[in-house]
Design a protein around this ligand. Structure first.
Ligand SMILES: Cc1cc2nc3c(=O)[nH]c(=O)nc-3n(C[C@H](O)[C@H](O)[C@H](O)COP(=O)(O)OP(=O)(O)OC[C@H]3O[C@@H](n4cnc5c(N)ncnc54)[C@H](O)[C@@H]3O)c2cc1C
Length: 347
């Protein structure tokens, strides 16, 4: 099949989490035509599961809500206008005789690239939803799987379903502003840190071992719930204003990409210290890969990304330099810097 030169990218990044986003920025610095493919309809990756959490351990960033770091990463990833494809899961890969990779999405669409960076994290994360028929109709109103704005719960009767760290931490965070917080958990014991559980019990009512079995409402909002005792089967109903469900995540660990023939270890695809996988032309970054000094943090993903992009660049041009010039002295930013300096001067 002949392909249009315009359709071939220098690098295609699979996954739009911190590793993928930072790879997109850095490959722009290396003047590579870049595409990111993300199965979800937004960038952010696993960080989207803890948007309200305060993040302290990203170098040079003062403690901020995770969502702010996601937004900053998205802005940075778009600096050099990469092509971003949303809603496609990459499942297959073929390499043509001319060495161009064809990445095949579940939808059948094909993406052409000279190099590939695997930044698929720990796979595709799906929130474990409440297993009650019709529950989804309340997701736009008062049934929540993530909390993005705490103030929504002010003066409300809030039911939290779950017994892990997130459920317990949300109970503690919301209790001071809510009218009442009731934590419903299917086991006697909570899985969260002991100190957090003790703190939660001081500010919230815990109902164990119970599960939420029915939601009663007017099809727009939930007004009451039925909860059932796990062993006795006895059930009771009460009124609620808001429900938060923290039942964890299902993760499709690594998925079909693992069948492409890479060397793997227990915690991911093995890469060299410069992020080469066992298939020449395919590199890796972030939680998807493993190497002896792997750090499974946002900062670790950034370091992997720089190395992966530089290796991809050298694969395309073995005589080239092995890293981009530092940003403070890099002509790639000259025009952009002028605009930023003008903004500084006018303030
Ligand atoms: C509870 C928890 C709290 C954490 N807190 C912190 C913290 O405070 N500080 C910190 O530095 N780190 C923290 N981390 C770790 C951090 O979230 C990860 O290290 C980071 O998200 C890894 O980034 P990534 O880009 O490699 O993968 P991910 O963030 O997992 O992104 C991978 C992306 O690839 C997409 N994808 C997967 N497969 C495909 C496919 N086949 N096709 C297309 N798209 C695909 C996924 O949808 C996802 O968007 C935490 C982790 C956990 C579990």
């Amino acid at each position: 099949m002949s392909i249009n030169e315009q359709d071939i990218y220098d690098v295609t990044i699979i996954g739009g989490g911190p590793a993928g986003m930072y790879s997109a920025f850095y490959s722009g610095m290396r003047e590579m035509r870049t595409k990111i493919i993300e199965i979800k309809h937004e960038l952010g990756g696993f960080m989207r599961t803890y948007p309200e959490k305060l993040i302290w351990d990203v170098g040079g960033v003062e403690p901020v809500r995770c969502e702010e770091i996601i937004n900053a990463l998205i802005t940075q990833a778009k600096t050099f206008d990469p092509t971003i494809v949303y809603g496609q899961e990459i499942v297959g890969m073929e390499q043509r005789e001319d060495k161009i990779f064809e990445l095949i999405a579940k939808t059948g669409e094909r993406h052409f690239s000279r190099t590939v960076i695997l930044a698929a994290g720990r796979g595709i994360t799906k929130i474990q939803k409440l297993n009650i028929e019709g529950a989804d109709r309340y997701e736009l109103t008062n049934l929540h799987y993530t909390v993005t704005d705490k103030s929504k719960f002010a003066n409300k009767r809030v039911l939290i379903s779950g017994g892990g760290d997130s459920a317990v931490e949300w109970a503690i965070a919301i209790a001071p502003i809510a009218k009442e917080v009731i934590v419903v958990h299917r086991r006697e014991d909570f899985k969260a840190f002991e100190s957090s559980v003790s703190q939660m019990k001081q500010v919230a009512t815990s109902l164990v071992p119970y599960v939420v079995t029915s939601l009663h409402g007017n099809n727009t909002k939930i007004e009451r719930v039925t909860v059932q005792h796990v062993t006795s089967g006895e059930s009771t109903q009460f009124e609620v204003d808001e429900i938060i469900v923290n039942h964890g995540f299902e993760r499709s660990f690594y998925g079909p990409i693992m069948e492409w023939g890479f060397e793997c270890e227990e915690y991911g695809i093995s890469v060299s210290p410069k992020m080469h996988t066992s298939i020449p032309g395919i590199f890796g970054a972030g939680d998807f890969i493993t190497h002896p000094s792997k750090v499974r943090l946002i900062a670790g993903a950034f370091n992997d990304a720089i190395l992966a992009v530089n290796s991809a660049k050298l694969y395309l041009d073995p005589t080239g330099v092995d890293m981009a010039g530092v940003s403070s002295h890099n002509d790639r930013f000259a025009e952009k810097n002028e605009k930023i300096i003008q903004r500084y001067m006018s303030n």
